[in-house]
Design a protein around this ligand. Structure first.
Ligand code: PRP
Ligand code: GUN
Ligand code: MG
Length: 180
C-alpha cells in the first residue's frame, strides 16, 4: 500500500474531481468557437489531463510534450530538456498547455517561449496546482486549480523519484521517505 508513505492528504480525490469539473466548464466556454490544441506536459500532467479533457465539451485536439528539468531531484536543475517534442505544428493554433504544477515556472516559461517562437495564435495555461512561493521566473497561469504551500507534494501525476504518480489525491510524504 503506497498510501502508508503519506503523512498528510492536502487535496482529496473528491476535491480534485470537483475542481476538474469546474475547470472543464470554464474551458468549454473559453474554447467553444475554436479548435484548440491541448498540449499535455508529460509525465506529470497525465492524470489531470485525462480527467480534464473529458469535462471539456467542445472540439479539441490533443498532443504531448515530454520535458524534464528535475530528474530525480526535488529542486529544478533550471535546464529544461525536451525528451519528446510535439507531433503537431502549433503555428496559427490556439494552444492550451495542461500542467500538473507550476513551481519555479521554468518549465512553462520555456514552453511558452517555444510556442511563441513557433507562431502559435494564442497560448493559455491551465495548471492543477500553483506553488507561488517557488517562483523563479515571472509566469502566471490563466487557470489554476489550487494553490499549494511551500512543500514537495506528490500524487495525481506528481512523483518523488518516479513513484506516487498513481495516488488519486495530492499529499505530502512522511519525512523518512525523502532523502534530503
Ligand atoms: O515550475 P517548475 O519548477 O519548472 O516545475 C514544474 C514541473 O516540474 C515537474 O515536472 P518534471 O520536470 O519533474 O517531470 P515530470 O512531469 O515527468 O515529473 C512538474 O510536472 C512540472 O512539469
Ligand atoms: N512531485 C513534485 N514535483 C514537482 N515539481 C515541481 N514542484 C514539485 C512538487 O512540489 N512536487
Ligand atoms: Mg512535469
Amino acid at each position: 500500500m503506497i498510501a502508508q508513505d503519506i503523512e498528510q492528504v492536502l487535496i482529496s480525490e473528491e476535491e480534485l474531481q470537483e475542481k476538474v469539473l469546474e475547470l472543464g466548464a470554464t474551458l468549454t466556454e473559453e474554447y467553444r468557437e475554436k479548435f484548440p490544441l491541448a498540449i499535455g506536459v508529460l509525465k506529470g500532467a497525465l492524470p489531470f489531463m485525462s480527467d480534464l479533457i473529458k469535462r471539456i465539451d467542445t472540439y479539441i485536439e490533443l498532443d504531448f510534450m515530454d520535458v524534464s528539468s528535475y530528474g530525480n531531484a526535488t529542486v529544478s536543475s533550471g535546464e529544461v530538456k525536451i525528451v519528446k517534442d510535439l507531433n503537431t505544428s502549433v503555428e496559427g493554433r490556439d494552444v492550451l498547455i495542461i500542467e500538473d504544477i507550476i513551481d519555479s515556472g521554468k518549465t512553462l516559461n520555456y514552453l511558452v517561449e517555444l510556442f511563441k517562437y513557433r507562431k502559435a495564435n494564442s497560448i493559455k495555461i491551465v495548471t492543477l496546482l500553483d506553488k507561488p512561493t517557488g517562483r523563479k521566473v515571472d509566469l502566471k497561469a490563466d487557470y489554476v486549480g489550487f494553490d499549494v504551500p511551500d512543500a514537495f507534494v506528490v500524487g495525481y501525476g506528481l512523483d518523488y523519484a518516479e513513484k506516487y504518480r498513481n495516488l488519486p489525491y495530492i499529499g505530502v510524504l512522511k519525512k523518512e521517505i525523502y532523502s534530503f
